[in-house]
Design a protein around this ligand. Structure first.
Ligand SMILES: [Zn+2]
Length: 299
């Protein structure tokens, strides 16, 4: 990076250039968290800051907090809303620009009731499928009461943020009430060269639909659909996503037997690194847009 040049006298320009180079080296040094990323990976996104994806341990359920340089986004809040509120407080989250309620099941939106009561939310994305549970009614009532923007999203919606983060909605296209899991909002987040795929509880039907749509779904990190159930992460879908890392969100000794043995065997066979919230607690993936690192709560 710093190429030595033969120069007889030091000009002001040279001094400034040297100072900039020094500052960049110090920046790289302090980020020894990403020590293997190399200097050539320092790109525009790195200078914009880091994106953190926190897979919060909420037992059996999903809750994912995404911190970008400009946005605070939450996907689901499990059933343990108190845990999520406490966690967001510990991360100094004062408000959320966006909340995605992937689908109306309580292990996804149940905890959002506490979140809505405690933390100001600007907008909620929802698949717009009616569910008759009391939890879902309460969730809708709070969205209205607190004047949040309620956006029913469909595949093809794309948000591009000033910090370089791009959020794409890949599903649902035509959701039905027949299988609420397949109505799950599937979202892809891109930051520089690193991408994450969040699948809610999407099962094989939804996965097939995403594959047919022809979206670019290859991602570095995949949140396994439906807590690692064998009804998700179909062979073709896994092949197309081709993740290096899979995160499974489920509770210890849950009654569904998640994650299913078939899924774990499939991931092992494909030589994919698996991180599970039931074994590791909260899992944090941090990226500079060029490389990423994973930390977790329990050893
Ligand atoms: Zn679920």
């Amino acid at each position: 990076m710093a190429r030595r040049k033969k120069q007889n006298r030091i000009t002001l320009t040279t001094v400034i250039i040297l100072l900039v180079i020094l500052a960049l080296y110090q920046l790289l040094d302090t980020n020894d968290f990403f020590s293997d990323s190399g200097q050539d990976t320092l790109n525009v996104n790195t200078q914009n800051g880091f994106v953190e994806v926190h897979f919060i341990d909420v037992g059996q359920g999903d809750s994912i907090y995404i911190k970008t340089p400009t946005q605070d986004i939450l996907i689901d809040a499990g059933e343990r809303g108190d845990t999520v509120v406490e966690y967001l407080n510990s991360q100094n989250v004062e408000d959320l620009e966006l909340v995605i309620g992937t689908h109306p099941h309580t292990d996804h939106i149940g905890g959002l009731i506490n979140v809505f009561e405690e933390i100001p939310v600007k907008e909620v994305m929802d698949p717009g499928i009616v569910h008759t549970s009391k939890t879902f009614e309460e969730y809708l009532a709070l969205i209205e009461e607190k004047n949040m923007i309620f956006t029913v999203v469909r595949a093809g919606t794309k948000r591009t943020y000033d910090d370089g983060v791009v959020l794409e909605i890949l599903s649902p296209a035509n959701p039905s009430e027949e299988n609420l899991n397949d109505a799950s909002i599937v979202a892809k987040l891109n930051y520089g060269e690193i991408s994450f795929l969040f699948t809610g509880d999407a099962e094989t039907t939804s996965e097939k639909e995403v594959l047919r749509s022809g979206y670019q779904i290859k991602s570095n990190v995949l949140k396994a659909g439906h807590h690692g159930s064998a009804t998700s992460t179909s062979d073709d879908f896994l092949k197309a996503v081709s993740p290096e890392t899979v995160i499974i969100m489920c509770g210890t000794d849950n009654s569904y037997g998640h994650p299913h043995k078939e899924t774990l065997e499939k991931l092992e066979k494909a030589d994919i690194d698996v991180y599970r919230t039931d074994l590791l607690g909260t899992i944090i993936v941090e990226t500079n847009g060029a490389d990423y690192d994973i930390k977790y709560e329990k050893n």
